[in-house]
Design a protein around this ligand. Structure first.
Ligand code: CTP
Ligand code: MG
Length: 226
């Protein structure tokens, strides 16, 4: 069964990525489990507006108007395709910004004060550059991470159409990474992250994407597990 094969392939890739991520941080970068946990949390927090805008574009974009006005590119294939709509883009960016900002407000009010009074945790976060990242997150960086995600997603669709993949066809790693690469690129103009967070976002995103899709499929929220 084709479907079972794809699911098996995704599961194996997910397990491999988890192993690569953990062994790289643990044995090559020599990080303790506490530092690895902090790396994961800070990276996901930093990139969360991108996850939100990319995830909610699906809801806002349902039956929306295509950004490319249904026009073809020089190769006579659609520029972007019906999967990229104005409603998805605007709704996604605004909700990514508003929810990202709310999360930021909550973390600044509740989590940061707890970190500051705990010298061991505070020192660790400063040593690895995480505290600087937490302090540098701003309204403008949240907005551009949210927007950058959906621009990266459109670039991904543009590439898929040039490679003649139809709308919605699964393309391993392009589907999972286009939006975070866009978010990291646009975010980089407003906030500097260290290589640890950068690599973490790139390795953790496909893992989370696969696990979320498999769960959504098992819960029958999503027709296909990719
Ligand atoms: N979506 C949208 N507008 C956007 C991004 C996403 O309307 N700017 C909605 C579309 O309904 C799309 C769904 O979110 O079908 C899922 O997004 P995605 O997987 O990125 O698009 P695909 O339909 O898979 O199309 P493509 O092959 O171009 O990636
Ligand atoms: Mg898709």
């Amino acid at each position: 069964m084709l479907r079972k094969k794809i699911l098996q392939k995704y599961l194996i890739i997910t397990i491999l990525l988890i192993c690569i991520y953990y062994t790289t941080l643990k044995f090559f970068a020599q990080l303790s489990d506490l530092v690895i946990l902090a790396t994961i949390l800070v990276s996901l927090y930093y990139i969360s507006p991108a996850y939100i805008s990319n995830g909610l574009a699906v809801i806002f974009g349902k039956n929306g108007h295509p950004i490319d006005f249904k026009k073809n590119f020089f190769d006579n294939y659609r520029i972007l395709g019906d999967g990229k709509t104005y409603e998805g883009l605007v709704g996604g960016v605004i909700s990514g910004f508003l929810l990202g900002f709310s999360l930021n407000y909550f973390v600044n009010q509740t989590i940061i004060p707890l970190i500051i009074i705990e010298p061991e945790v505070y020192d660790m976060l400063v040593t690895y550059g995480f505290f600087q990242i937490l302090m540098n997150i701003s309204l403008i960086s949240i907005f551009f991470i949210s927007l950058g995600a959906l621009i990266g997603d459109m670039v991904g669709s543009f590439i898929k159409r040039r490679l003649k993949f139809s709308r919605g066809a699964p393309v391993l790693f392009l589907d999972q990474l286009d939006f975070v690469l866009g978010a990291l690129f646009f975010g980089a103009f407003f906030i500097s992250v260290n290589w640890l967070c950068f690599i973490s976002v790139i390795l953790l995103t496909p893992i989370i994407h696969f696990i979320a899709n498999i769960i959504a499929n098992l819960l029958k929220l999503k027709k296909e597990p990719w």
